[in-house]
Design a protein around this ligand. Structure first.
Ligand code: S3P
Length: 428
């Protein structure tokens, strides 16, 4: 069903404080590592979304004791007792579920077939199949290199893998396989991707060493059970930061946000564009930086993004594109070919939709070019069932004068089920 999100007539005033839902990357890993630990772990503020439910269901199917997802939950570790599932593991829309659990299945010497929805089935899996095969697993992929994927674990050996893409999912698959198999592994990448797995492993007593763009794990003995308080997701907070920056009046306060520097690339880029954003009350919690973001209406100018900035804001690039249409001058993103293999081909979907709305946008092979303007953006966009496309255009549609119909607003359930309600709550 189409949802129209017309911007209020006149000016946009934002107000209030939001604690967006829990960090998606940390939520997946909290479930996986609690399931693999010895002892019981308490998880607070886990994200209850479709992707995290996919991880919970897949873990249950391999014998982990995962209760219903709840704001406060306990997970009893099932170290050493995991079993091969009877049915294929349906990972829904979630690349993180598929790739991280491929590492778990390989390391735990299980056999499982991974399946998913139409979007996930197209996404590239050779990037995890190759290093896991080099470690000794047997993996069969569909001819296009995607799902269905059957992983047959074995006694694994250590690996030194040089990944050609900066990807936390590849890195995590290898680290998890090595952890469970009790072997050494080292993964290097062209730029540093988000470092959640390594931080969470360290907090559980594992010898993980970080170099500039590489991480290594020593053969592990025992994964300690540890409590986790999941901070708010910076990728979900980003939508409301953008709304406040594009508003005419007021301010928004985003509390309890994970401000780990592998996740704050979007905030740094916005500040370079002239945005009035402050980070307050920053503190160390659970081995990571957490704090409050205050965002206020700002005049933005265009910017170029490439290299190491890209992985630090990879999930925020659709939103950045929408912001760039409202900035003065040209913005260019390069080195972001990975966007083509996310939940949709985000380069094509962003640019096609922006052009439909009347914005000046052009595809590059590994990014896009956008020229900002002030004219109203109006029309109907196609999300391709991609949650971040829906929310990015939702923010643009909330601006006065714009009228944007979104074909599949419910797809936000993948990462932020209450998004539309929050969007209504904070604007007048
Ligand atoms: C994620 C890593 C990123 C990101 C995805 C979640 C994770 O993917 O796009 O939404 O939790 O590890 P890549 O690291 O594969 O780029």
């Amino acid at each position: 069903m189409a949802a129209l999100t017309p911007g209020a007539a006149g000016t946009l005033r934002v107000h209030g404080s939001i604690r967006v839902p829990g960090d998606k990357s940390i939520s997946h890993r909290a479930l996986i590592l609690s399931a693999l630990a010895q002892g019981s772990s308490r998880i607070d503020h886990i994200l209850d979304s479709a992707d995290v439910q996919s991880t919970a269901a897949a873990l249950r199917a391999i014998g982990a004791r995962i209760p219903a997802i709840a704001p406060k939950m306990w997970v009893e570790g099932a170290a050493g007792t995991l079993t091969s599932p009877r049915e294929p593991l349906d990972c829904g829309n979630s690349g993180t579920t598929t790739r991280l659990l491929a590492g778990v299945v390989a390391g735990a010497r299980l056999t499982a077939t991974f399946i998913g929805d139409a979007s996930l089935s197209k996404r590239p899996m050779r990037r995890v199949a190759e290093p896991l095969t080099a470690m000794g697993a047997r993996i069969e992929l569909a001819p296009h290199g995607g799902l269905p994927m059957t992983v047959e674990g074995a006694k694994l050996n250590g690996v030194d893998h040089a990944s050609t893409v900066a990807s936390a999912q590849i890195k995590s698959a290898i680290l998890l396989a090595a952890l469970i198999a009790g072997v050494r592994a080292r993964v290097s990448e062209p730029h540093r991707s988000r470092d959640r797995t390594e931080r969470m492993l360290k907090a559980r007593g594992i010898d993980v060493r970080q170099e500039e763009n590489a991480v290594s794990i020593a053969p592990a003995q025992r994964l300690k059970a540890t409590n986790v308080a999941v901070p708010a997701d910076p990728s979900s907070a980003a939508f409301f930061v953008a709304l406040a920056v594009l508003a005419d009046e007021g301010e928004l306060r985003l509390t309890d946000v994970c401000l780990n520097d592998t996740r704050t690339g979007f905030l740094r880029v916005l500040q370079r564009m002239g945005a009035r954003i402050e980070m307050l009350d920053t503190r160390e919690e659970g081995g990571d930086q957490v704090g409050t973001i205050i965002a206020r209406p700002s005049q933005l100018h265009g910017i170029e993004i490439e290299g190491a900035d890209v992985p630090a804001m990879i999930d925020e690039l659709p939103l950045f594109a929408c912001l760039a249409t409202r900035a003065r001058g040209e913005s260019v993103v390069r080195d972001a070919g990975e966007l083509r293999v996310k939940e949709s081909d985000r380069i094509k979907v962003i640019v096609d939709n922006l052009v439909t709305l009347g914005a000046a946008a052009e595809e590059l092979e590994d990014g896009f070019r956008i020229v900002g303007g002030t004219g109203p953006l109006r029309g109907a966009i196609s999300t391709q069932a991609d949650h971040r496309i829906a929310m990015s255009f939702g923010i643009l549609g909330a601006l006065p004068g714009n009228e944007i119909a979104i074909d599949d607003p419910q797809c936000v359930a993948v990462s932020f089920p209450g998004f539309w309600t929050e969007l209504d709550r904070v604007r007048q």
